[in-house]
Write a protein that binds this ligand. Structure first.
Ligand SMILES: *Cc1c(COP(=O)(O)O)cnc(C)c1O
Length: 234
């Protein structure tokens, strides 16, 4: 990927964000574009930073640790993949936001370790809206109760919800998934639960981020659309 290609991809995504905002009466400034840089080399991320990208998403704790050692620019790192308790140490002081809190056990461990390290952690709860067996996350019907529980954990701050929509041929099929999560966010927000700030809705990837924006996404996670296809064998 040349710098020129990367720039073209980035500009295309920004343009699509703007159009989706226009269609839905939203302000592009309210959308955070997370460039998903998993599997991509340091050099490519540095070029992305030169082009103006400021938020990066990774799904492997060790990869975040390694990349944040090499890249000292003031960019923000987002943990978007499944997190195992024994890897929490790699993301504690490096991540702006953990999008993928998918169990009470993980939340409890995060809280414990943050307390020990005297730091705070911002999290989203991952919701399995489509109820696919292959996906992590809480069921829609369990989210409010789970929010109330986790809200009592020390050093953890719930900022919103995240989902990964299924892969579909017809992207419109995912609209109702995004809409359901958006409605749940508003519903929980209206309950004004202590230590809960329901302001972030992380949804939409390369294939469906425009629909996600139309349905209220505040954070979109775009990998392939910016950095090109991933090669997991190299
Ligand atoms: C890899 C990944 C993305 C980015 O996917 P693309 O289709 O390449 O944009 C977004 N969210 C999560 C959770 C991911 O693991």
């Amino acid at each position: 990927m040349t710098k020129k290609q990367l720039e073209e991809n980035y500009q295309q995504v920004l343009c699509n964000i703007e159009n989706a905002c226009q269609r839905s009466g939203r302000n592009p400034e309210d959308i955070t574009l997370i460039a998903v840089s998993k599997t991509k080399p340091i050099e490519m991320i540095k070029t992305a930073i030169e082009l103006g990208m400021t938020s990066f998403g990774e799904n492997k704790p060790q990869e975040i640790r390694d990349k944040t050692k090499s890249i000292t620019d003031p960019v923000k790192w987002h943990m978007i993949g499944h997190l195992q308790s024994n890897k929490i140490k790699y993301v504690l002081n490096t991540c702006e936001l953990i999008h993928s809190v998918d169990s009470l056990k993980l939340a409890r461990q995060l809280s414990k370790q943050a307390e020990k390290k005297e730091c705070d952690i911002n999290i989203l709860l991952q919701v399995n809206v489509s109820e696919e067996d292959s996906k992590q996350g809480f069921m829609l019907s369990d989210v409010e109760q789970t929010v109330r529980e986790i809200a009592t954990y020390n050093n953890l701050h719930i900022k919103g919800l995240m989902t990964i929509a299924p892969y579909v041929e017809n992207l419109e099929e995912n609209r109702s998934i995004f809409r359901q999560l958006g409605e749940l966010l508003i519903d929980i927000k209206s309950k004004n639960i202590d230590n809960v700030n329901m302001s972030i809705l992380s949804m939409g990837m390369t294939g469906d981020y425009e629909i996600a924006i139309e349905e209220g996404a505040t954070h979109i996670r775009v990998g392939t659309g910016i950095f090109g296809e991933r090669n997991y064998n190299s």
